[in-house]
Design a protein around this ligand. Structure first.
Ligand SMILES: [Zn+2]
Length: 250
């Protein structure tokens, strides 16, 4: 572990192509590469979900891998961080539905790569820095943006949809459809999310929302123009909690 390096963009790009060939059979497209001086994470994988009206599917796009050069680390550790982010990339790109950002599928690939290539890729939770585990990737995933997890669109059959529309601090407008039983919890969570400026709830039976998964956790998606138009013409809805703990629309 004496081989300390301070990674740069060239190292990130070269490593990506090396491991893409070695581990992922060159299946990953070349993402956007960025360096960061952040101390709170070692690497990040980001992407955007985009709705394709032709196929009526939400596809992941605009992939980006960010690597922190805040501190010098052993070369092996930096490589493990890059591979860690590439596993996220692979899962997202393939549209695999994992149980959580570091769920069953992620750990399957991680363990397989570790044993096959003698690597030490690990999972680290947000912001936790561990001196005992220098190989921790210390990643922060874009885990508000879980990869494709949409139900099959139902054509022509109106479905009840409770939609949350959120105005984000970066100026974007995002939406999500939630199970009615989750509204109270989601409403609480979204209020504490610092990237959300404001949010409002809508009820609709328009089939344009059927493409969205009925989420049971806080996830937001980029709306298409039709969904935005439908919401713009609707009034927001408000809820109150009844004494017996039920949610009632007011
Ligand atoms: Zn991760």
């Amino acid at each position: 572990m004496s081989d300390l390096i301070k990674p740069d963009l060239k190292f990130l790009i070269n490593s990506f192509h090396h491991f893409n060939k070695l581990i992922f059979s060159n299946e990953l497209p070349t993402p956007d590469f960025r360096m960061s001086s952040a101390r709170t994470f070692g690497g990040q994988f980001k992407w955007t979900n985009k709705y394709n009206p032709a196929t009526k599917k939400i596809n992941p796009t605009a992939f980006r891998i960010v690597l922190s050069n805040f501190q010098s680390r052993p070369r092996q550790v930096v490589e493990d961080i890059i591979i860690h982010e590439m596993i996220h990339f692979f899962i997202t790109y393939k549209g695999l539905r994992d149980s959580s950002p570091h769920g069953r599928i992620f750990r399957h690939y991680m363990n397989h790569i570790n044993s096959k290539l003698g690597r030490h890729i690990t999972i680290s939770m947000r912001g936790r820095q561990s001196a005992e585990k220098p190989s921790d990737a210390l990643c922060i995933e874009n885990n508000r943006n879980i990869p494709v997890e949409h139900s099959a669109p139902t054509v022509g059959k109106p479905e009840k949809s409770y939609i949350c529309l959120a105005e984000m601090t970066d100026g974007k407008t995002l939406i999500a459809r939630f199970a009615v039983t989750m509204i109270l919890q989601i409403d609480r969570e979204i209020r504490t999310w610092d990237k959300v400026c404001s949010h409002s709830w809508y009820y609709s039976t328009d089939s344009c929302f059927s493409i969205l998964p009925r989420c049971r956790s806080l996830k937001l998606y980029a709306p298409d123009s039709r969904q935005l138009k439908v919401l713009a013409e609707k009034r927001t809805i408000r809820f109150k909690v009844t004494p017996d703990g039920r949610l009632r629309q007011i």
